[in-house]
Write a protein that binds this ligand. Structure first.
Ligand SMILES: Cc1ncc(COP(=O)(O)O)c(C=O)c1O
Length: 384
């Protein structure tokens, strides 16, 4: 049996979400903008899903704008704010997902200033760093809630308090934390928040941007004016219904699921130690300030890409950094920003656990990892 330890890349959809989507595809295929009963049925299903997604983050349903995923929601947040201005300053971090970094780079080319805050070696950005970077022309702070490679949880609520009443908007990419940590937009004090369905056991190709009532951002897609004129295009109704269903289930099972993921993660790490594997390190602080299912390990003297191939052949699916940057070559921009030694950049592997991973699987995966690491080290001449 293969063992899937890449739950930050994507997650298996809940059977209930698949069933809800299938029913929507078959029976509820009307256009939600239609004024007839077919349209109204589709509209009602979409609004029910909107309420389910809103509930996951403590928002009002009218503050949820469906998109094609986390990437589009991040782009909409950042470019949608920038569109209102010709110039200005944005603060973000060097460890954001490419869906935030690339819109920021694009804006730099168009005359905006962007500050990329560098994390501590443990993987955190502090509110003090943000406070020190603020300028009179700062428009937006975009800081991810939890990092996709090392799982570190950033002090977004502290930023919310710092920025309150300053006229600076706060966006957080909560793609990795949604469904794993309790999320409440009022407690976080954010103006915008990004969600992606496929990271919380929903379908791919659908996500959402929460935009607080009263926050003015401009659309990126112009057309028929769907999603309250912020995101044109006929809505992906089956995807939205599946997303809503997954959001409702994940909200109900959050504590139990997070505990299961953490148990599997902790079991794998304990097992590597029990097996006597030497010379490896956890990247990013391993504490309560980390996603329960995230582990990022470096093995001295081992090439991470080679190890991943061997693990895959032995039935363990893991990834290098984020699934988006793997294959692009070069060390992870997140691990590089932590200032890690070369061997840790070279030998890094991300193992991300979900509620479906059992301690038994974790133990089997640990044995396979230890075996393959030892093999690679011996093949390299034992100099490690
Ligand atoms: C932190 C983060 N933001 C955004 C995304 C992009 O989401 P999507 O795959 O829905 O476009 C990902 C996906 O890996 C992610 O991990």
């Amino acid at each position: 049996m293969r063992i899937y330890l890449d739950n930050s890349a994507t997650t298996p959809p809940y059977p209930e979400a698949v069933a809800a989507m299938t029913a929507a595809l078959r029976e509820n295929w009307g256009n939600p903008s239609g004024i007839h009963s077919f349209g109204r049925d589709a509209f009602d299903a979409m609004q029910a899903a909107r309420a389910q997604v809103a509930e996951l983050i403590g928002a009002d349903a009218a503050e949820i704008y469906f998109t094609s995923g986390g990437t589009e929601a991040d782009n909409l947040a950042i470019l949608g704010v920038a569109e209102r201005f010709c110039r200005g300053h944005i603060i973000t971090s060097a460890i954001e997902h490419a869906a935030v970094l690339n819109p920021c780079r694009y804006l730099e080319e168009r005359g905006f200033d962007v500050t990329y805050l560098v994390p501590s070696a443990a993987g955190f950005i502090s509110a003090e760093q943000v406070a020190a970077a603020l300028r009179p022309d700062t428009l937006l702070v975009s800081l991810m809630h939890a990092n996709n490679e090392i799982g570190t949880i950033q002090p977004v609520a502290e930023l919310g308090r710092l920025l309150a009443g300053r006229g600076v908007l706060l966006h957080t990419d909560a793609v990795q934390s949604a469904g794993k940590l309790p999320l409440n937009v009022a407690e976080l004090g954010v103006d915008m928040l990004t969600l992606s369905s496929h990271k919380l056991n929903g379908p791919k190709g659908v996500g959402a941007l929460y935009v607080r009532h009263g926050v003015d951002i401009r659309p990126r897609l112009l057309g028929g004016g769907q999603e309250n004129r912020l995101r044109s295009g006929t809505e992906n109704l089956p995807g939205i219904v599946g997303f809503g269903c997954a959001a409702a289930i994940t909200r109900e099972r959050l504590t139990e699921q997070a505990a299961k993921a953490k148990l599997a993660r902790d079991t794998l790490l304990a097992e590597l130690h029990r097996l006597g594997l030497q010379d490896f390190a956890v990247n990013g602080e391993l504490s309560e300030r980390r996603l329960p299912g995230n582990l990022n390990l470096s093995f001295r003297g081992v090439n991470g890409a080679a190890l991943l191939l061997l693990l895959d052949m032995a039935g363990v699916a893991a990834s290098a950094a984020s699934s988006c940057s793997s294959g692009s070559g070069g060390p992870s921009h997140v691990l590089s920003a932590l200032g890690l030694e070369d061997w840790r950049l070279e030998g890094a592997v991300r193992l991300t656990f979900g509620w479906q991973n059992t301690p038994e699987e974790a133990k089997r995966a640990a044995a396979i990892i230890a075996e393959q690491v030892e093999w690679l080290r011996s093949a390299a001449g034992g100099e490690a």
